[in-house]
Design a protein around this ligand. Structure first.
Ligand SMILES: Cc1ncc(COP(=O)(O)O)c(C=O)c1O
Length: 369
């Protein structure tokens, strides 16, 4: 290696491997009708209001975006009943996860999260030479909140809670969160990642925005990548106290969200029809997908989100390729307690049927179910 030595913790970083783009798989296989159920996107597409707003903004592309994202932050603050200083934008909520690690963690500081939760927490902690402390999931693949609370120590700076959780599709209830927050108190900043919250219909599902408003040491993360259908423009947001935000803003790069992302999100925020339609579609298709898996005796973790964690019967790497050969991209999942698991996003009815048809070809002894 030429030039200055790369720090050990940077050399050890694993590069994030995203799901392959549809175009790449189509090129490799020489086919043109690939179904991608790997990244929990909105299968119905982007909010039409967002598309119109992006088109209208194209002639201004020579200008830098508003670095503070004022109009969008103002709209989000009004929507959620908080001050504009309490809102931060990110190029996807992933960028906010990374900003939090940069802002709050020094060498050797700790962040806590559930073993079966979102992979970006680990990556963000690694990037700042922090230490990840994990607790195993419950037998139902949920967060073991008492165990996570017990793991808090002198060097704990952040606790990441994915609710609902990716890749498991599980959620924890208001009463559990209340107990957890009392136990942790102000000893660490609790990051409640609600990327999928719009999909949840359970009455005991907690919106941690209430905890921010009640003065808890909590930041809530949301995204426009899921129900709003804007994963491609990269925009998410966080809400916390103005104090927390003042710290996070110190590590935010000046123009971190693009002008197109800002106008798209602003328009999508008011696209109630799109959000309602997307949620209804998801509920119906999630029920269909889970019902069909149950009927086939293929085990899965019941989901409150727009994806299902499936326990496959054979090596997930090989099955992934076998699905891909049949034109269906799923997401292999690894890690403790997730051997041979794969995540399947809820698609359109036709896409879900394609997945099930491929499944039927692959389930041993079950061809033609
Ligand atoms: C739990 C969770 N949090 C955050 C994100 C990040 O989404 P984005 O960076 O697109 O906002 C995802 C995306 O899959 C997720 O599953």
């Amino acid at each position: 290696m030429r030039g200055p030595q790369v720090p050990e913790y940077i050399r050890k970083l694993a590069v994030y491997v995203p799901g392959k783009p549809i175009e790449e798989v189509e090129r490799e296989l020489g086919v043109s009708d690939i179904v991608k159920l790997a990244s929990n996107e909105n299968p119905l597409g982007p909010s039409p209001k967002a598309v119109a707003a992006v088109k209208a903004a194209l002639p201004t592309l020579h200008r830098y975006p508003d670095g503070s994202g004022y109009a969008l932050r103002k709209a989000l603050a009004a929507r959620h009943g908080v001050d504009i200083e309490q809102v931060i934008l990110g190029a996807g909520s992933v960028e906010i996860i990374e900003m939090l690690a940069r802002a709050f963690m020094a060498d050797g500081d700790e962040a806590i999260f559930s073993q079966q939760s979102f992979v970006s927490y680990q990556l963000a902690v690694n990037q700042v030479n922090g230490r990840a402390v994990t607790a195993p999931a419950t037998s139902g693949r949920g967060h073991d909140l008492p165990a996570l609370a017990r793991a808090v120590g002198d060097r704990t700076k952040l606790i990441f809670l994915a609710n609902p959780c990716n890749p498991t599709g599980t959620y924890f209830a208001r009463s559990e969160l209340d107990r957890f927050l009392v136990e942790v108190g102000d000893r660490a900043l609790v990051v409640v990642d609600q990327a999928y919250h719009e999909y949840v219909t359970r009455p005991d599902y907690p919106d941690a925005l209430e905890d921010v408003k009640a003065g808890g040491h909590v930041i809530v993360l949301r995204t426009f990548s899921k129900v709003y259908g804007l994963a491609g423009v990269r925009i998410g947001y966080g809400i916390a106290s103005a104090d927390v935000m003042a710290t996070v803003n110190r590590v935010r790069s000046p123009f971190n969200t693009s002008s197109l992302a800002q106008v798209a999100a602003l328009a999508a925020l008011d696209d109630y029809d799109w959000v309602r339609g997307s949620r209804e579609h998801n509920l119906k298709e999630l029920e269909y997908l889970q019902g069909e898996l149950r009927r086939r005796g293929v085990p899965f973790t019941p989901s409150v989100t727009n994806f299902v964690l499936v326990e496959f019967w054979a090596n997930i790497g090989e099955l992934f390729l076998a699905f891909q050969k049949r034109g269906v991209i799923i997401r292999p999942v690894g890690g403790p307690g997730l051997v041979n698991c794969g995540r399947v996003s809820v698609g359109t009815r036709a896409e879900n049927a394609r997945f099930l048809a491929a499944l039927d070809e692959l389930v041993p002894g079950r061809t033609g179910v």
